[in-house]
Write a protein that binds this ligand. Structure first.
Ligand code: ADP
Length: 481
C-alpha cells in the first residue's frame, strides 16, 4: 500500500469511499475485517477487449434506494475467481484493481464485482484492502471525512477520460494507416477500440430498443463510435451510424453531417448560406444551360467536377471555352452529375488541408501538385509539406466544419488572391499525410476528443413517466452533447 505516513489511520465500520477511476464520487462502504476480499455491487456486467486486453464494463447504483441513479464504469480485469460470500453462495466474479479514497488517503485495491443490488452497502472493504497503517474500530462509524450524495449532481458535467472506453471504429479498411493509428492511439490512452466492418452490420430498425447485429450477435453499446464511411457505402453507412447514435454512443460525426459533407451541392449551399467563401460554383441539370453555366463562373478556364468523384479523379480543367463545352457535353452524355467551378489559377496546384477536431484546427498541411498538374491530391502524385495557417484560414476551416456539423473534418482550402476559399469538407480525413507533414499525433488528439465528449456516466432513469422524465430518458438515449 502506498502510504508513507506512519501515523495510524482509524477507520470506522462504515465509511464514505470514493472510487476516482470509476468516477464514483462517493458511496458508503462497510469495512469488514471478517471478509478477506472487497466487493462492489455492480450489475450489467459485460466483459470486453478479449483475452489480450480483458476489460469489464458495469453499472453501479451508488445510492441505496435510488435505482434511478446509475453510473457506467469500466476497468481492466486483473483476475476472475470464485468467491464465496457470507451467505455461503459461491460465484465466479471479475476482479478489477482500482484506487480507493477514504479521507485524504488514496490507494489501489482489488475489488470483485457482484450483482447483489439488495445489499444495503454498495461496497464491502475486506481486510486485504486495509493498509498497514490503518486500524478498524468496529464500534465506531465515519471516522474519516464524510461525503454526500449531493456529489452526484455535479458528476454529470465531468469528463470521462479516466475510464476505459469501449470505442467502435466503423470502417471497411481495418489495415489502412488511419485505422491502425486510431486503434493504436486508443490503446495507448488506455481504451479498447474494436474495428467493425460497416457493411457487415445489420439492424432491426423497427425495434423499440435499437440494436446493431454483427456476425450473428448483437453489438454492445459502444461509448463512442468513430465512423469512417467510404463514399461507396454512404447511404448504408449513414444508417449504421444513425443506429449507433440512437443507441446512445457518442458518434464523432453524426450521420446527417456526414451526409451533408458528401453531397457536394448541399454542402455548397450550406457554406454559401453561412457566407463562407468558395470558388464560384454552378450546378445545372438541363443540357440547354451549358453556355449560361460557363458564364456564371466567369468563362474559361474553368473546372468541371463530377459530384461523386474523390481523390481528384473526376476533376477536369477546361482551359478554353471550347474545351469546357466539350467536357460538359461528355459528362452530360454519361448522365453524370457534375458542377462547374471558377478556376483559382493563383492557387498554382497547391491546396491546404486543415484538420479540425472539436472546433479547433489541430494540424495543417500543404499539398503541391506534380509539375504540369493542377490537382494537388496526394493520390494524383501530390507532395505534402507543413504550412502555417493565417488567422483567416484557421477561422474559415473551423467555421466550415461547424456549419456542416462535423466534429472531425478535413477542410480543403485554396489560397486565392481574395483570401482563402473552401473547396471541400471531408468527414473521414486520412491521417497519413497530415501526421507526416505536421509531426502531430492526430490519432491521439482524436481519442482525446472522444474522451472529452463521451456521455455522462450518471443516468437518471425516470421512476414514473411524467413529461419531464420522458425528456430525460430521451436525452439518455444520446442527443447532442
Ligand atoms: P476531390 O474531391 O476529387 O479531391 P477536389 O475538389 O478536392 O476533388 O479537387 C482536387 C484538386 O484539384 C484540389 O486538391 C485542387 O488542387 C484542384 N482544384 C479543385 N478545384 C479547383 C479550383 N476551382 N481551382 C483550382 N484548383 C482546383
Amino acid at each position: 500500500m502506498a502510504d508513507n505516513n506512519t501515523k495510524q489511520t482509524v477507520l470506522g465500520w462504515e465509511e464514505w469511499v470514493a472510487l476516482p477511476n470509476l468516477e464514483i464520487p462517493g458511496l458508503i462502504a462497510k469495512i469488514d475485517t471478517g471478509a478477506r476480499t472487497s466487493a462492489l455491487h455492480a450489475y450489467a456486467i459485460e466483459p470486453f477487449g478479449g483475452d489480450k486486453n480483458p476489460h469489464v464494463r458495469f453499472k453501479v447504483h451508488p445510492i441505496p434506494d435510488r435505482p434511478e441513479i446509475e453510473i457506467l464504469c469500466s476497468a481492466k480485469v486483473v483476475d476472475r475467481r470464485e468467491v464465496t460470500s457470507s451467505n455461503g453462495e459461491s460465484e465466479w466474479r471479475y476482479v478489477i484493481e482500482t484506487p480507493v479514497r477514504i479521507g485524504d488517503k488514496t490507494w489501489p485495491i482489488e475489488v470483485s464485482l457482484t450483482n447483489r443490488d439488495n445489499m444495503q452497502y454498495r461496497m464491502l472493504l475486506g481486510r486485504r484492502a486495509i493498509g498497514d497503517n490503518m486500524i478498524v474500530d468496529p464500534n465506531k462509524s465515519y471516522q474519516q471525512a464524510k461525503l454526500s450524495y449531493d456529489l452526484y449532481r455535479k458528476v454529470k458535467k465531468t469528463k470521462s477520460s479516466l475510464r476505459t472506453l469501449r470505442i467502435g471504429l466503423l470502417t471497411r479498411e481495418p489495415n489502412s494507416y488511419t485505422s491502425q493509428r486510431i486503434v493504436q492511439a486508443a490503446e495507448e490512452r488506455g481504451h479498447v477500440c474494436e474495428v467493425i466492418n460497416t457493411t457487415r452490420c445489420y439492424m432491426n430498425i423497427n425495434s423499440m430498443a435499437p440494436e446493431v447485429h454483427y456476425d450473428g450477435r448483437v453489438l454492445p453499446q459502444y461509448d463512442a463510435v468513430i465512423p469512417r464511411i467510404g463514399a461507396s457505402v454512404t447511404s448504408y453507412g449513414l444508417a449504421v451510424v444513425r443506429q449507433f447514435d440512437l443507441m446512445g454512443s457518442f458518434c464523432i460525426n453524426k450521420a446527417n453531417a456526414i451526409g451533408a459533407s458528401r453531397d457536394k451541392l448541399y454542402a455548397h449551399q450550406i457554406l454559401a448560406q453561412h457566407q463562407i467563401d468558395m470558388p464560384v460554383t454552378a450546378f445545372a441539370h438541363s443540357p440547354h444551360d451549358t453556355k449560361e453555366l460557363i458564364e456564371i463562373v466567369g468563362g474559361a478556364p474553368l473546372i468541371v467536377k463530377l459530384m461523386e468523384g474523390t481523390q481528384g479523379k473526376g476533376v477536369v480543367l477546361g482551359e478554353t471555352r471550347k474545351a469546357a463545352e466539350s467536357v460538359i457535353g461528355a459528362f452530360r452524355g454519361l448522365r453524370a452529375n457534375f458542377l462547374v467551378q471558377e478556376f483559382i489559377k493563383e492557387a498554382a496546384g497547391v491546396d491546404v488541408r486543415c484538420l479540425v477536431i472539436g472546433g479547433k484546427v489541430v494540424a495543417a498541411m500543404k499539398r503541391q501538385a506534380e509539375e504540369g498538374e493542377f490537382r494537388a491530391n496526394v493520390h494524383q502524385g501530390g507532395d505534402v509539406q507543413p504550412t502555417k495557417l493565417s488567422k483567416e484560414e484557421r477561422a474559415i476551416a473551423v467555421k466550415a466544419a461547424k456549419v456542416i456539423g462535423l466534429g472531425v473534418a478535413g477542410v480543403d482550402i485554396l489560397r486565392s488572391d481574395n483570401g482563402p476559399k473552401v473547396l471541400e469538407i471531408n468527414s473521414s480525413p486520412g491521417f497519413q499525410g497530415i501526421e507526416r507533414a505536421s509531426g502531430q499525433n492526430i490519432a491521439s488528439k482524436l481519442i482525446e476528443y472522444v474522451e472529452n465528449n463521451v456521455k455522462t456516466r450518471v443516468r437518471r432513469k425516470p421512476r414514473r413517466p411524467s413529461r419531464k422524465n420522458i425528456k430525460e430518458t430521451f436525452e439518455g438515449l444520446g442527443g447532442e452533447t
